[in-house]
Design a protein around this ligand. Structure first.
Ligand code: BES
Ligand code: ZN
Ligand code: ZN
Length: 500
């Protein structure tokens, strides 16, 4: 998407002109001029109630004589005073969905109606690019008869009096943000026969090349040499080689103050011998949503280049069955040296994350965030629209929550008590067990990963509910959401800014 700035309605030649309409449009500076220019029709539409000023309500009108655009899209903004980043983002996502339907390739946006005391024209340029990019996303499917064309907006023109450089810079961050989220969405939406661990590694190699990250990919042999018994156990029943994908972004001269982002990259989760029921298995191609979130965040970080070191560690394999597969009652030794009694092979995410977290610590991480579609328990606790969190560090979590608030991604923290830890550590034969019970098992899943973080500030994010949407939602279509990409990238940016 390219950026352009214009000053007058008379100059608009794009396919679609987008006009935000707050409850009292007459208060918008310049509304008179706009009104006069489109006089005849506009007044009629407003009077008929064809234009709705309620938040996100869209009204599309055809071209009319004397104007070069093909469609005029009005979008309701509600009360001007109540507009905030989140509301403007969702407004533009709605516009993005509409533009997808209209198959528009160039659009013009008049910024003034979207601004208020808290929102500048630059904010609007950022949110427009991000919102339209997110709302307009569609996964390119595999139907041979498919004729649905991907939306491709080549140009967004802003009608604004703001400085071109600043507007353009804000716009570009929005484009990059939506692209990063959409890439994560596409990884999650890709079928499991096409997205194997090796394929994921090859995507990471592409990122490394493009953004000059250091990359290291450990295969089965390297894992055996290092003693990564946990990820190897999960991989045991598979014909696909496991991959531990490590990306390093050096934002400062020294490799210190490193933020470790650790992702669960199970490319398919059958449950293993603790087999999932057939209804529970469909959709498990999305069990690498955490890995996708980390890769998406790395893409964004590669573009925005904050002054902070970031280490991404992704543990990838599928969880399959064969004569060689691991089984309940097995005892395995993790990279950390801690032994684990396997009570449930379907609790595999925490196992691969255990080795990934240990590897991140060995590679110098001073902060850890792990992201995973870890448990059905988080869905029972919080529903499908909230990411569940655990932490061992109040200050780090507070910083993280600022980032989540900024991006509008809802996160809710659950407790992790000494009693929970006791149950994770309860085993007759090993240091830990991987499935203490179904009561509050989101906490056991995340808490298990926390056992490997030790005292390093750590946040666990369970995105089992939020990674995949069963229906279209405010920021995009049914399917993968790309949740946490923006929040992780924003966290890194905030920590770079505060030099935390
Ligand atoms: N990948 C699943 C969790 C999941 C469930 C993700 C639903 C997305 C949607 C995970 O590996 C799993 O199977 N967890 C079990 C853990 C249990 C065996 C302790 C679960 O949540 O039931
Ligand atoms: Zn599982
Ligand atoms: Zn899983």
């Amino acid at each position: 998407m390219n950026f352009q700035l214009k000053n007058k309605f008379q100059e608009v030649q794009e396919d679609v002109l987008v006009i935000g309409v707050p409850e009292h449009p007459e208060n918008v500076e310049g509304w008179d001029a706009f009104h006069t220019y489109y006089h005849s029709n506009l007044q009629q539409w407003m009077k008929n109630g064809d234009i709705d000023t309620k938040h996100k309500k869209i009204a599309t009108f055809p071209a009319f004589d004397g104007h070069s655009f093909k469609k005029l899209v009005f979008v309701g903004l509600g009360k001007a005073k109540e507009l905030n980043e989140e509301k403007v983002r969702t407004v533009f996502a709605e516009v993005g969905k509409q533009l997808h339907q209209l198959k528009a390739s160039s659009i013009a946006i008049w910024t003034a109606p979207f601004t208020n005391e808290q929102l500048t024209c630059e904010d609007i340029a950022f949110l427009a690019a991000e919102g339209i990019g997110l709302g307009g996303y569609r996964f390119q499917d595999y139907k041979t008869s498919s004729n649905e064309q991907d939306m491709h907006i080549e140009k967004i023109t802003f009608l604004s009096s703001a400085s071109e450089d600043e507007l353009k810079a804000a716009f570009e961050v929005g484009v990059v943000s939506a692209d990063a989220v959409n890439k994560a969405r596409s990884l999650v939406n890709t079928p499991p026969n096409l997205l194997t661990a090796k394929e994921m590694a090859s995507y990471a190699r592409g990122l490394a090349e493009k953004y000059d990250f250091e990359i290291e990919v450990l295969g089965k042999k390297e894992m055996e040499e290092l003693g990564m018994g946990a990820i190897l156990a999960v991989n045991q029943g598979s014909v696909e080689e496991p991959q531990l994908i490590v990306l390093k972004y050096a934002g400062t001269d020294e490799w210190e103050e490193v933020i470790g982002l650790v992702g669960k990259g199970i490319t398919y989760d059958t449950g293993g011998y603790s087999l999932k029921p057939r209804e529970g298995m469909v959709g498990m191609k999305g069990d690498m949503g955490g890995a996708a979130a980390v890769l998406g965040a790395m893409k964004m970080i590669g573009e925005t280049r904050p002054e902070k070191n970031v280490l991404a560690v992704i543990a990838s394999t599928d969880n399959m069955i064969s004569g060689e597969a691991f089984k309940p009652d097995d005892v395995i030794t993790s990279l950390s040296g801690k032994t684990i009694e396997v009570l449930n092979t379907d609790a595999e995410g925490r196992l691969v994350l255990a080795d990934a977290v240990t590897y991140a610590l060995q590679s110098g991480a001073n902060y850890l965030v792990d992201v995973a579609t870890l448990t059905g328990g988080v869905i029972v606790a919080l529903g499908n629209d909230k990411t569940g969190a655990l932490t061992n560090n109040e200050a780090f979590f507070e910083e993280f929550m600022h980032a989540a608030t900024e991006t509008g991604e809802f996160v809710w923290r659950l407790p992790l008590t000494e009693n929970d830890k006791k149950r994770i550590r309860k085993s007759e034969v090993a240091d830990l067990n991987n499935s203490p019970g179904r009561d509050g098992h989101m906490i056991f899943g995340g808490g298990f990963v926390g056992e490997f973080a030790g005292d390093t500030p750590w946040i666990h994010l369970d995105i089992a509910g939020t990674s995949d949407a069963s229906a279209a939602h405010e920021l995009g279509p049914k399917g993968a959401t790309g949740v946490m990409v923006r929040t992780l990238a924003t966290l890194v940016e905030r920590m770079a800014a505060t030099k935390a």
